[in-house]
Every structure is written in structure tokens, then in C-alpha cells.
Design a protein around this ligand. Structure first.
Ligand code: GAL
Length: 446
């Protein structure tokens, strides 16, 4: 095994022969000119298959994405203004570093066979590299969007059959994150085809020798959580696009997921998330207020947006703000910048909450996850429309023998306890109360 640094290609699970994917080229160093600090990589082949780790995104990526508010109506001014505002509003200091340009930056609509992939010179008169340089100068990272299809979801020229060319192009611009979207182009393709096109781009990015976080976006289809990590993806969507709804009956327009749909899907696939490879619950809707140019939905109350944010954070989802940051209310800004909730999201153990208990009518639920410091973080969720009381019993609900424990309410910033009896609290309709809990004493079964 060559040992050159953080990129590692090892072992086997993907189910696609390495010869087909890599040929001999994976055993030699990348040939493209490095566009950032060189990022060396290692390769091991055995068993005819591969497992790639790019050693990026060891905690969930945090930042902003253009799509949820602007759709394809995006340009250089919007991106620069967003960078300035994120800096000014303390979002960068809170950890929101990635500024991701989603679909709509491309010059041409229509087939890649008929058009090259170029930036739109009207929307981006100084080019993407100038925007990346600006982002970097302010301490941010820049993300961009493409897909393995002939066209992207919004009908712009895609990367089909050009993964290597486009990876080099993005690296030459100084891009740090790629959302590679197969939702529309590959919806009906067999899983093996989706695996192959994602692997093509993952390896193409690694070959550029630039650190580019890779989002294999397949809208929660083809069991993407089962194989994307082994292909070197750092995140993948667990569901269809989010709408600006907390709990819409069924799927809005028979497609969109609301906050609770995403929570329920995530609960089923929580085991697949971890450092470097994250279940992505889709971009945040906090602050859209039902007024997005792009997303459907009628908006959430302040408290519901806070619940949504808590659930995404505790699920270790990437946290990509989707709103116009200049229009965030003080309450929503406080939601997005709560340091203690963000610390739970960024915990190095990288666990997701899972449901530990549900009331028989499924209105009240307890979710929990472990933390690196051996504490636990819980969310007490009221999905119902009336205030409800929730009781937490350490042994019965959380299966830990903590007879005496102390807690901290992470939204109130207040310590509670120690307690040696079950803890009961009132939870408002659509509220999630979030507590971190530490063991103080254990007497039996410790
Ligand atoms: C969808 C994707 C959205 C957005 C859009 C761009 O497939 O789920 O998040 O990227 O494409 O056209």
C-alpha cells in the first residue's frame, strides 16, 4: 500500500470491479496540477473491489446553499452578499463555512452532447474562480453543483461522460464541495448504474488532488446509504426534496418530504451515518417563511423551525442554511447559531439520534444519541397539536442504568438536577425539548 496521506482507497463492499473503475491509474499519483494544498492519497486493491475514504467532512458540513430560496435564480452578487452577511451575522463564527452554489450557474440549458459546461457569464461575470477566491479570502469554502446526467434537474448541461473533465474544471476554480445530483437523470436507472456514475465522479475528484467534499445526491433512492460511503461520498440525501412544511398530510404534490417525513426516514437509516459520511436530511428551511422562490410549502412557526433545526442537528445531518440570510429574523438567527445545539451536531462521535420511545398514539416521542464524552443527548418531541407532558425514565426509556443523573436544557442554557427519579416536562405542540444528560451515580447493572 502506498502511504502518501489522507486519501485512502481500501477493501471492498461496493460491488463494482475495481479494474473496471480504476484500471491501473489508481496506483499512481494524480497527474493534474494541484489547485490547493496537495492532498496525497493511498490506494490498496484487493478482492477486486474498492472502499474509498477521502478523509473529509469528519463532522457534518455546515454552510449555506442557494437552492431552497433562490432556485436557479442565482448570481455572483447573491453569493458575495451572502458571504458578507454570513460573516457579519456571526454565521461563519458559528461554523457555517460552505457557501454552495446549486443548480443554475451553468451557461446552457440542454444536452451536454450539444453544449460545453461553462458558467453563465451574465450571472457570473467574473467567473466562478473569482467567487471562490472571494469566499476563501473571507474564510469560507465554495461549493458547486452538477450531475451525472446529460442535463441537471433544472435542465442545465450536466456532466454525463465528462466526470474527469468537470472534476478538473471545478478543482481549477478552487471549488471545495460538489453536490452531484442524479435525482432526475438517474431516477429510473438500476442501482449499479447509479453506483458507477457516482464512483466515476468520486474518483475523478480525488484524482484532481484537491480536497473536495463529495455529495452523492440521489434523493433517498437506490438504498444510497448502503453504498455511497464506500464510494467516497461524504453525504447523501436520505429523502426527496424538502418542502417548507412541518407536517403536511401525505407528501405535498405526491413528492415532497416535510420535517417529520425526513425525521422518520432518518430514523430507519441512522446506522449508516458517521464521521466522513453523513445522512443528509436536505437543506434547512429555517427562515423561508413560506416565501421561497423555489420551494413549495406554507412555512413553519418560529418554534417549528427551531424543532426542525434541533432534529437535523441531533441527527448529525449536514446543516446547510437555505434562506436568504439577510432576511433572517433575530429568533431564527438565534436558532441557527445556538452553540450548544451545533456542538451536538459537530460531536466527533458522529452518531444520529434514534427513536427510543413513542406514545401509543405516536404523538410524543423520545429520541437519543450518544456523545463522545459519554453523555447522551435527547430530544423530547411533541408531534401533536396540543401541549403534552413527557416523562423520561433512564432505565425504561433510554436503557441506561443511571440512577442519578444531571441534565442541561440546551435551548434554555440551564443546568437541571441531579435527579434520582424520572424527569417530566411539558412540551408544546410541535416542540422538541433538547437535553444533554450525564451519569452521576449508578448502583445496579453499571
Ligand atoms: C434536485 C435536488 C435539489 C436541487 C435541484 C436542482 O434534484 O433535490 O436539492 O439541487 O435538483 O435542480
Amino acid at each position: 500500500m502506498q502511504s502518501k496521506g489522507p486519501f485512502v482507497i481500501v477493501s471492498t463492499v461496493v460491488g463494482i470491479a475495481s479494474a473496471q473503475i480504476f484500471g491501473n491509474s489508481t496506483t499512481s499519483a494524480p497527474t493534474t496540477t494541484p489547485t490547493s494544498e496537495p492532498v496525497p492519497w493511498n490506494v490498496t486493491h484487493y478482492g477486486g473491489q474498492v472502499n474509498i475514504t477521502n478523509n473529509l467532512a469528519l463532522t457534518p458540513p455546515m454552510g449555506w446553499s442557494s437552492w431552497n430560496n433562490y432556485g436557479p435564480d442565482i448570481n455572483e452578487t447573491v453569493v458575495r452578499d451572502t458571504i458578507d452577511a454570513m460573516d457579519r451575522l456571526g454565521l461563519k463564527d458559528a461554523g457555517y463555512i460552505y457557501v454552495n452554489i446549486d443548480d443554475g450557474w451553468q451557461r446552457y440549458k440542454g444536452s451536454r452532447g450539444e453544449h460545453p459546461l461553462e458558467y453563465d457569464p451574465v450571472k457570473f461575470p467574473n467567473g466562478i474562480k473569482a467567487v471562490a477566491d472571494y469566499a476563501h479570502s473571507k474564510g469560507f469554502k465554495l461549493g458547486i453543483y452538477s450531475g451525472p446526467g446529460d442535463t441537471t434537474c433544472a435542465g442545465y448541461t450536466g456532466s454525463e461522460a465528462h466526470a474527469d473533465d468537470d472534476a478538473k474544471l471545478f478543482a481549477s476554480w478552487g471549488v471545495d464541495h460538489l453536490k452531484y445530483d442524479s435525482c432526475c437523470s438517474h431516477h429510473d436507472e438500476p442501482q449499479a448504474v447509479v453506483q458507477q456514475v457516482m464512483l466515476d465522479m468520486s474518483t475523478a475528484l480525488i484524482s484532481t488532488n484537491r480536497s473536495v467534499v463529495f455529495h452523492a445526491c440521489h434523493c433517498g433512492w437506490a438504498n444510497v446509504w448502503e453504498w455511497a460511503a464506500e464510494e467516497g461520498a461524504n453525504q447523501w440525501r436520505i429523502g426527496q426534496d424538502i418542502s417548507d412544511d412541518f407536517n403536511y398530510p401525505g407528501n405535498r404534490e405526491k413528492y415532497y418530504f416535510d420535517v417529520l417525513d425526513m425525521l422518520d426516514r432518518g430514523n430507519e437509516v441512522a446506522q449508516y451515518t458517521g464521521p466522513g459520511h453523513w445522512n443528509d436530511y436536505d437543506m434547512l428551511i429555517v427562515g423561508l417563511d413560506g416565501e421561497s422562490k423555489q420551494l413549495v410549502g406554507t412555512g413553519l412557526s418560529d418554534l417549528e423551525y427551531r424543532t426542525h433545526f434541533s432534529l437535523w442537528a441531533l441527527a448529525a445531518s449536514p446543516l446547510l442554511i437555505g434562506a436568504n440570510v439577510n432576511k433572517l429574523s433575530p429568533y431564527n438567527l438565534a436558532t441557527l447559531t445556538n452553540k450548544e445545539i451545533i456542538a451536538v451536531n459537530q460531536d466527533p462521535l458522529g452518531q444520529s439520534i434514534t427513536m427510543q420511545w413513542s406514545s401509543p398514539d405516536n404523538k410524543t416521542q423520545i429520541y437519543a444519541k450518544g456523545m463522545k464524552d459519554e453523555s447522551m443527548v435527547i430530544a423530547l418531541l411533541n408531534r401533536g397539536t396540543e401541549t403534552a407532558s413527557i416523562t423520561v425514565d433512564m432505565r425504561a426509556h433510554l436503557t441506561v442504568p443511571w440512577d442519578v443523573y444531571r441534565m442541561r436544557d440546551l435551548w434554555k442554557g440551564k443546568d437541571k438536577g441531579p435527579y434520582d427519579i424520572p424527569f417530566t416536562t411539558e412540551v408544546q405542540a410541535h416542540e422538541a425539548k433538547v437535553y444533554q444528560i450525564w451519569q452521576v451515580a449508578c448502583t445496579v447493572g453499571c
